[in-house]
Design a protein around this ligand. Structure first.
Ligand code: GLN
Length: 537
């Protein structure tokens, strides 16, 4: 049976709970344990699928087709353990399950209440797969004291009592603000936050304190005393150059040791951190830099393209270069020349997206990359824009478009499948999760993927390359380098004769991890590097 670590946050949001959880997962793995990470989100949306990326950052998609919080992406990138549908839940999902059961009469006439019905449902969620791993790490979204978080806190309190003594521990993240005027780190907000937790019956075993300054021993002891934790369970979390330094930094601060101590586990061996040392070395000592433009819509909020940014970093690590990402707002050149905005980058990436805004700009970015022979990676909408561009300007299908942008177009090169037309429930028609794709031999894609001929990649979209136009586009020179063997849908396109121009209907970024940088990102960064060196010489 798994042991449980519950991770909560206090004082302020955005302390990096997700990263701390992911780093702890990686450290436990380095000590030979198996882990699974979970996220419990107190908001009332059933899942983040319908939330704007401006609100909540990227929607992360699991292999089994769940639209989840972006923290699951961190978990996966750090531990290599593929997240599942059962690793992410929100209040909305819990309540809708409880209400469904109520309507079905499952509760046999009882009055339905937060305790025990909602809390029981949360506890059921926590238990799924508890016989598969040594440690289950469960992060509670939000901050202690939030009204909507209360049922989750109550549920984890009960859960720790239902389990044998010593099977669950609580780790709480807080902030130690620094007052420049007095030159001090203040511990009071941490004390208050712990009091708040204690008032709902939870006593933290470990405190992770974010601080911009070193925490003096005196303050550490004070926190331990006032918050009722052991001094070595007060773990400092300092700002880092890169998130990938977190496992080593947390290890240096004693986090994994404190967790094992709290469980009374005496490890026989020191952890094997060689992988993270190598990662740190690659991050801190790159042998070059490439500049990649991400031409998108949500460029003010980098979290909207979190997995893409990280996958580029992984591609950079594997090529030993730093990938400098510049965010370019596609809407700016919807109606003007794109060249002045795109010249100088070593590669261009057009990410996924929904709706019309900025699409003409993205189509221009694809045209620029095609004509100027700049490496191009188009993901989902980015592939669709590249297809539209090719149809309009190379296949001479004037006015070609996606029916998402222009339902009346004469040449709907991107369209819904027949089975989806007229379905009203947004989300209901989305192709979500992992689907197989046959990689055609002799293509750039097959070079990138190596020996693997059938790949599995994650999807999140409604529209597809329209099979009615496949022949026209192929004859004009567009190569369909990957096809779904079951549904006969185009999954990848490329341009023979171009140094590196690839479009994917799927999202390769979701499955890139530190251990397994995604082959397309590795190859894309390599192409950027080649472009860079050609310009230099
Ligand atoms: N809007 C497009 C579709 O639904 C692309 C989606 C995406 O890029 N994730 O097909």
């Amino acid at each position: 049976m798994a042991r449980y670590v519950f991770i909560t946050g206090g004082v302020v949001s955005s302390l990096g709970k997700g990263l701390a959880s992911a780093a702890l997962g990686a450290l436990l793995q380095a000590r030979g344990f198996s882990v699974r990470l979970r996220k419990l989100d107190p908001y009332l949306n059933v899942d983040p699928g319908t939330m704007s990326p401006f609100e909540h950052g990227e929607v992360f998609v699991t292999d089994d087709g769940a639209e989840t919080d972006l923290d699951l992406g961190h978990y996966e990138r750090f531990t290599g353990v593929a997240a599942r549908m059962t690793d992410s839940v929100s209040s909305g999902r819990i309540y809708s399950t409880v209400l469904e059961k109520e309507r079905r009469g499952d509760y046999l006439g009882k009055t339905i209440q937060v305790v025990p019905h909602v809390t029981n449902e949360i506890k059921e969620f926590l238990k799924v797969g508890d016989d598969e791993v040594d440690f289950m790490l469960c992060e509670i979204g939000g901050t202690v004291g939030d009204i909507e978080g209360l049922p989750f806190f109550e549920a984890i309190r009960q859960f720790s009592h239902d389990k044998p003594r010593g099977d669950c521990i609580f780790m709480h993240l807080t902030l130690l603000p620094y007052l420049a005027a007095s030159g001090e780190l203040k511990t009071k907000p941490t004390q208050h936050s712990v009091k708040e937790l204690q008032s709902i019956g939870i006593a933290p075993d470990i405190l992770v304190c974010r601080s911009e300054h070193p925490i003096p021993d005196k303050e550490r002891e004070k926190i331990a005393l006032f918050c009722n934790v052991r001094p070595d369970a007060v773990v400092a979390a300092y700002d880092l150059n890169s998130i990938y330094e977190a496992p080593l930094a947390y290890h240096a601060q004693g986090l994994d040791q404190a967790v094992l101590d709290a469980f009374n586990i005496s490890p026989a061996l020191q952890p094997d951190l060689s992988k993270w040392e190598d990662v740190q070395d690659r991050i801190n000592n790159p042998e070059g830099v490439v500049n990649v433009a991400i031409v998108g819509k949500y460029t003010q909020l980098e979290d909207a393209y979190k997995s893409i940014k990280e996958a580029l970093t992984h591609g950079g690590m594997s090529n030993r270069v730093k990938v400098n990402v510049e965010w370019v707002d596609a809407e700016v050149f919807d109606h003007e020349d794109a060249a002045p905005h795109l010249e100088g980058y070593h590669a261009i990436l057009v990410p996924g997206g929904f709706g019309e805004r900025g699409t003409e700009g993205k189509i221009k970015a694809a045209q620029f990359a095609r004509e100027r022979k700049v490496p191009y990676l188009g993901i989902c909408l980015g592939m669709q824009c590249a297809t539209v561009e090719f149809a309009r300007h190379v296949a001479k299908l004037k006015g070609a478009d996606s029916t998402e942008m222009n339902p009346q177009t004469r040449y709907p090169v991107i369209d819904l499948m027949n089975s989806q037309v007229g379905v009203a429930n947004k989300g209901g028609t989305m192709r979500l999760g992992s689907y197989p794709c046959r990689v055609q031999t002799g293509t750039l894609a097959s070079k990138a993927y190596g020996k693997t001929k059938t790949i599995h990649e994650r999807h999140r979209h409604r529209y597809e390359l329209n099979n009615k136009f496949r022949d026209r586009l192929s004859e004009a020179g567009l190569r369909m380098s990957g096809v779904n063997p079951d549904l006969d849908l185009v999954e990848m396109i490329e341009l023979p004769g171009h140094p590196w121009f690839v479009g994917t209907q799927f999202h390769p970024e979701y499955s890139s991890t530190v251990d397994r940088p995604h082959p397309l990102f590795v190859s894309f960064v390599q192409a950027a590097l080649q472009n860079h060196s050609q310009r230099v010489h």
